[in-house]
Design a protein around this ligand. Sequence first.
Ligand SMILES: CCCCCCCCCCCCC/C=C/[C@@H](O)[C@H](COP(=O)(O)O)NC(=O)CCCCCCCCCCCCCCC
Ligand SMILES: Nc1ncnc2c1ncn2[C@@H]1O[C@H](COP(=O)(O)OP(=O)(O)O)[C@@H](O)[C@H]1O
Ligand SMILES: [Ca+2]
Length: 554
Amino acid sequence: MERPSRLLLVSQLCIRNTAYDVSLSRSLLTWKRLTSSPMYRFRPNMGHSVPLSEIISVRGEEEEGGTKHKDDSSWKKIKDRGGQDSRQAFTVSYVERCRQHRWRCAEVTFTCPDTELCWNWVRSIREQLASISGRPRSLLVYINPYGGKRQGKHIYEHKVAPLFAQAGISTQVIVTEYANHARDHLRTDAELSNFDGVVCVGGDGMFSEIIHGLIWRTQIDSGIDPNCPDEALSPCSLRIGIIPAGSTDCICFATVGTNDPITSALHIILGDSQPLDVSSVHHNNVFLRYSVSLLGYGFYGDVLSDSERKRWMGLARYDISGAKMFLTHHYYEGTVSYLPARGAVGTPRDSSRCRSGCAVCQHNEEIRSDRAVKYEMDEASDCENDGEWRTVRGKFLAINAACMSCACPRSPKGLSPAAHLADGTTDLILVRKCSRFNFLRHLLRHTNKDDQFDLAFVEVHRVVRFRFTPRHCQSDSDLELELLGNSKRQIFSQICRDHPACGCARTYSSWNCDGEILTHAAIDVRVHCRLIKLFARGIEEPQVFEDLHNPCAI
Ligand SMILES: CCCCCCCCCCCCC/C=C/[C@@H](O)[C@H](COP(=O)(O)O)NC(=O)CCCCCCCCCCCCCCC
Ligand SMILES: Nc1ncnc2c1ncn2[C@@H]1O[C@H](COP(=O)(O)OP(=O)(O)O)[C@@H](O)[C@H]1O
Ligand SMILES: [Ca+2]
């Protein structure tokens, strides 16, 4: 409980003709019904508090004039019932938590006995809001009009822009005209010093464009060569907000807990900040891509390649291609070498989950920065000195790396349920060749409570770096390919005949890198701890937002 001395304002104000004690401190706005009325004497009077950090805006009714939103019933009620002067009322908009991590904008209108008191309240709340650090004032918004169900523009205009306007955020909106438009604009053209953050309206592929533009720009500005896999990258200072309008939207789902444009807009307005690990992918010392969610070879690579040809099917393309690739049952031979995450707390088999304010992420970050200071070296070379590379050879149906859980509506616990958003590691999941039945068991476990790693043909390692070399690159690949020559087809059909029950061996798959296809099979992957930041706070624990007095009808 706060002491009364810390209160900035205390008044008796009315909400819908009922008198309330209303108080404002540096952290809370509280209103509690006056119990003097005989009508309420025997009812519990719990009161209602809203943290200042969750107030979106305050407005005096005078400001609204004729532009007031049509369905604002609280304002109408004041005029109809009380017939009071609307200039003596002010409305506070704040975040209300709903089921399944969704947020909505709630409003409460207070009427005041006189105009001066009313403006005193508006001024005081505004001063407190202005003193909150980290809220964006100006945002650069990129909309992919072709992502997901092609609703990006509509979602932004109808659900997000009105909230940004209400919160007094100015925006520059760019509707992309072609693939990589946003990436190239961020790389070279955008005047980033004018903005407090970047907003991405689209799916994981669009988000990937944004981080490629931002990370590249930051490295060039800091004099870092992005082509060198051993360079420690410079973290991006601008935060990124994701308004989900794609097909999978797993980065939004895994960092907010839901794919809902209004919830994401509210996290942006409140100025939330969630650091994220990013993997860089290189091939022969040439930079290929960055990844924050799924980096998948074999099954998920093949699903993506196949589904890109079926874009016209919309969201169903992943299920159709998924079923097709499941039946095709290709496996791939190669070598995976990895550097285990040594000293880091947590394993991929933990039952605990990465949640808002995650202690594991914080702990691992502290360990890393302590080490970096001690040895005056960058994090990766430190890890490499400490660690030992391990090697696994074999035939794989899938090789997946997940920097985060990759939770999404299709798999609410994700590819690696215990992965952390910002611990500097990625979970490397190796699914060895097995029967279709067993692979189906593994896949199905992504959708229920059973452990998808508790199967003899699946192994999972928490790593900071890994490399993959397909079998035909292991020796002198050119020579080998030459030797194979025209007899290649014959050999493969032979392999297919040799393994009728197990599917078919193919030389190469492609990597699915956050929903974008990578054609190089041999790659070198390194995790960069907390390279970017999102306007998010991680998934909140359910008890944090269970407010029985504040139910939200959805
Ligand atoms: C039998 C049911 C099995 C369900 C298995 C579900 C596992 C789902 C794990 C999903 C991890 C998703 C990681 C995120 C990847 C995204 O970055 C990326 C791009 O997103 P964007 O389109 O928004 O730009 N999305 C993707 O690559 C999509 C991957 C979707 C994979 C779907 C696989 C469906 C498998 C269906 C198998 C059916 C077997 C049927 C047997 C007769
Ligand atoms: N204006 C545009 N025209 C065509 N493609 C675009 C445009 N803007 C972005 N893209 C590309 O669209 C692809 C899919 O975008 P995304 O928003 O992730 O949707 P989805 O989740 O449906 O895949 C990305 O590869 C992105 O680079
Ligand atoms: Ca991680």
